[in-house]
Design a protein around this ligand. Structure first.
Ligand SMILES: Cc1ncc(COP(=O)(O)O)c(C=O)c1O
Ligand SMILES: *[C@@H]1O[C@H](CO)[C@@H](O)[C@H](O)[C@H]1NC(C)=O
Length: 361
């Protein structure tokens, strides 16, 4: 109740925000300047020197998908012979996005099925074996679909090897805040790369962490050599956007900049993001404990080791089919559970069903 009051006071006290929410004019081609600024602070850090030095070319995008696609088109236009290295597995749409942008794809090792964790050795090998100056798509946090992220130490090694090979990291950050509950912590991988002097690309989405799925609120940023290059890159990004959709939608952008631009609203948002992430972490613990209580002979450590919205359970397509047909539980056939859909009311039902379909093998 007091939180709601705080929100209302905060909103009504700001006449300009109220006006902004009524305004249905076109945004500039690059999108809302306030929204972009707030997005950069979130991704690169409140006091980032790169923001101060105006080294980042950034445009508001049609959520995370639009950011990825705009980058892919940019890559194709200016480096037509380049490839994109994509992790195995990845969010399926990544393949479609770079395919339609006509950028040829290669894959790099990521998931280790036996340990249901990271194939770090395979990943490092593929980074080393890629031609110098390759483009890599990295999930900044809460890897989809596996929920497997490199540790901080592993990110440091990856960043070091990228430096040696002069690779370009493109971070897709669709879940900032959803992994640890803290957007700052979830930006750690990006910050490590920034600290090592990389130029990077970054796709941000407010679909998950602000629940703005249908508003299509996102940001594409590219860290450049200097301000002049950033101005040129931004102008080229706008050139690509203009014949595609002219300018991005206004309402979601105003919601984002209103929340992030107001300290009271921002701290309320941070609290709510943490509630969401902690609830998912709590459900992971309950699911694992329930399976252990049922006497499952299998290891379910990966349920709590993995992070973010998804649990890559390791169940086979046949086991998933049994869950659907016998228990009316639905998930993708690769065994990916959306932990956001599990509650205290049905976690034991889910555990029972998983135990039933996995115990015989
Ligand atoms: C890894 C990843 N990237 C990007 C997105 C893009 O989502 P949106 O376009 O709704 O921001 C998603 C959504 O599921 C995702 O999982
Ligand atoms: C658990 O309950 C939630 C909320 O009612 C529902 O959305 C979800 O589908 C349920 N999941 C399972 C596995 O029963």
């Amino acid at each position: 109740m007091s939180d709601l009051l705080l929100t209302m006071i905060s909103i009504s006290s700001s006449i300009s925000n109220w006006w902004n929410l009524q305004n249905r004019e076109y945004l500039p081609m690059g999108g809302s300047v306030n929204m972009i600024e707030e997005s950069l602070r979130l991704a690169y850090g409140e006091d980032s020197e790169f923001i101060k030095d105006k080294r980042i070319a950034a445009v508001q995008t049609l959520s995370g998908t639009g950011a990825c696609r705009l980058f892919a088109d940019f890559q194709k236009r200016f480096l037509p012979d380049s490839h994109i290295y994509i992790p195995t597995p990845t969010w399926a749409n990544h393949h479609n996005i770079w395919r339609d942008a006509q950028v040829p794809q290669r894959t790099f090792a990521y998931y280790h099925p036996e340990s249901r964790g990271l194939d770090f050795a395979g990943l490092m090998n593929d980074i080393k074996n890629a031609p110098d100056g390759s483009f890599f798509l990295l999930h900044a946090c809460a890897h989809n679909p596996t929920g497997v992220d490199p540790s901080e130490e592993q990110w440091r090694e990856i960043s070091y090897q990228f430096k040696v090979k002069n690779h370009f990291p493109f971070f897709d950050m669709a879940y900032q805040g959803f992994a640890s509950g803290d957007p700052e912590r979830d930006a750690k991988a990006i910050r490590i790369f920034l600290g090592n002097g990389h130029q990077i690309g970054c796709a941000q989405s407010y679909a998950k962490n602000m629940g703005l799925y249908g508003q299509r609120a996102g940001c594409l940023s590219i860290l450049c050599d200097d301000e002049m290059q950033a101005v040129a890159v931004k102008s080229q990004l706008q050139q690509i956007a203009r014949p595609m959709y002219s300018n991005p939608p206004v309402h979601g952008a105003v919601i984002v900049s209103t929340i992030l631009g107001d300290p009271a609203l921002k701290s309320l948002w941070l609290k709510e993001v943490k509630v969401m992430a902690d609830r998912i972490i709590g459900m992971r613990n309950s699911l694992k404990e329930s399976l252990e209580k049922l006497g499952s002979p299998l290891s379910w450590e990966h349920i709590t080791n993995q992070i973010g919205m998804f649990c890559y359970s390791g169940m086979t397509p046949e086991q998933v089919d049994r869950l659907t047909n016998e228990f009316h539980i639905y998930m993708t056939r690769n065994g990916r559970i959306s932990m956001a859909g599990v509650t205290t009311g049905n976690v034991t039902y889910l555990a029972n069903a998983i135990h039933e379909v996995t115990k015989s093998n």
